[in-house]
Design a protein around this ligand. Structure first.
Ligand code: SF4
Ligand code: SF4
Length: 108
């Protein structure tokens, strides 16, 4: 493909067989502030782990809500729970609690 200096995003689909609304309900119950997320990406921009690895916290929490759990455990392991994302979030989302609870919920 010709290099235009940018890439077109790959198509994505949601596998409804993998989607588990009860997991989303549990996460919202544990971290109600996630309802205020506007997807601005501030958490990703400041993330310590994101500067060192391909970890992207916004991509991760969006994927969780779509039921796209492939590769999740390995991705979550990159987070150092430093809390920088929490400090910059303009909506007061408890992003660190999101990470901790996504881990818990996926483990069982
Ligand atoms: S910084 Fe806050 S509002 Fe912005 S994407 Fe992250 S969690 Fe959502
Ligand atoms: S707590 Fe995790 S997700 Fe948030 S800035 Fe630190 S390493 Fe990134």
């Amino acid at each position: 493909m010709k290099d235009f200096g940018y890439n077109i995003s790959k198509g994505r689909s949601i596998n409804l067989d993998e989607y588990r609304p009860e997991k989303v309900d549990r996460l919202l119950e544990a971290v109600p502030s996630y309802k205020w997320c506007i997807g601005c990406g501030g958490c990703t921009a400041t993330c310590t782990a994101g500067g060192l690895t391909d970890f992207n916290i916004r991509r991760i929490h969006n994927a969780f809500f779509r039921g796209q759990y492939a590769g999740f455990a390995e991705q979550l392991d990159h987070c150092m729970l430093c809390g920088k994302c929490l400090l910059v979030c303009p909506r007061g989302v408890n992003t660190r609690a999101l990470i901790i609870n996504m881990r818990r919920i996926l483990e069982g």
